[in-house]
Design a protein around this ligand. Structure first.
Ligand code: ADP
Ligand code: MG
Length: 234
């Protein structure tokens, strides 16, 4: 494995080198990631394709600094994740990464607006600014009349739109999305994904989007595939 050098300037948002991850289950070892390499540049939207079970979620959890147990190197915005302590990882996640899950994972007792405000307050933004940003994002996503609805009062597509707004609220350098429209019907999935891509492009974030939908992947800048635990282009 080659040692990764921190990128010069801010052109590479994510760099993976020789990423490995294995799981032990009932005494059997499964090697899911077997040396995955990847570079995502600033503002680039990359589709991560692979059949169910190929390791897409595992890879996104690693890049999102949500789980340990990985071999190889992960650089986010030029910082090597393994060299950070818990506090450093939390700060990097908060400042540089937005995550959209397959299930919305919104806070059930908070309104759409509040769910989008919260990560901004955590990042230190003033309440009035956070509120304005939340209302603006949700309105662009077509939820202007749903600002004060709770997740249980929203449809699946609306819930995912709120989750998209939450992930983009702090204009992260990197947005990670794990089959963000996987639970939606086809036409809703297409609309939500198109809005997601447009917003991500508009604010200049990079994104890595897991999907098993080739058609949706074709709308992105680049496609990488998980094949036998490694990433291949195209
Ligand atoms: P994908 O998101 O592409 O469907 P996953 O990353 O969820 O794939 O899973 C890849 C493989 O890793 C699967 O075989 C899965 O069973 C296994 N796996 C994922 N997480 C765990 C875990 N916590 N413990 C054991 N095996 C796991
Ligand atoms: Mg998955």
């Amino acid at each position: 494995m080659n040692d990764v050098q921190a990128p010069r300037g801010a052109t590479t948002v994510v760099q993976l080198a020789g990423l490995t991850r294995s799981f032990e289950q009932g005494g059997v070892r499964i090697d899911v990631l077997k040396g995955a390499d990847l570079k995502v540049r600033a503002g680039e939207i990359v589709a991560l394709l692979g059949p169910s079970g190929s390791g897409k979620s595992t890879l996104l959890q690693a890049v999102g600094l949500l789980e340990g147990g990985f071999g190889g190197q992960i650089l986010i915005d030029g910082t090597e994740a393994a060299k950070l302590d818990d506090e450093g990882r939390t700060a990097l996640r908060r400042d540089s990464i937005g995550f959209v899950y397959q299930f919305h994972h919104l806070l059930p007792d908070f309104t759409a607006r509040e769910n989008v405000i919260l990560p901004q307050l955590v990042a230190g933004r003033a309440a009035a600014d956070a509120d304005a940003r939340a209302a603006e994002l949700l309105t662009v996503l077509g939820l202007g009349a749903r600002l004060d609805h709770r997740p249980s009062q929203l449809s699946g597509g609306e819930q995912q739109r709120v989750a998209v707004a939450r992930a983009l609220a702090n204009k992260p350098a990197l947005v990670l999305a794990d089959e963000p429209t996987g639970n939606l019907d086809e036409s809703t999935a297409d609309k939500v994904l198109a809005q997601f891509v447009e917003l991500v492009r508009g604010q200049g974030s990079a994104a890595l989007v897991a999907t098993h939908n080739e058609r949706l992947a074709a709308a992105m800048d680049r496609v990488v595939r998980l094949v036998e635990g490694k990433l291949v282009e195209g």
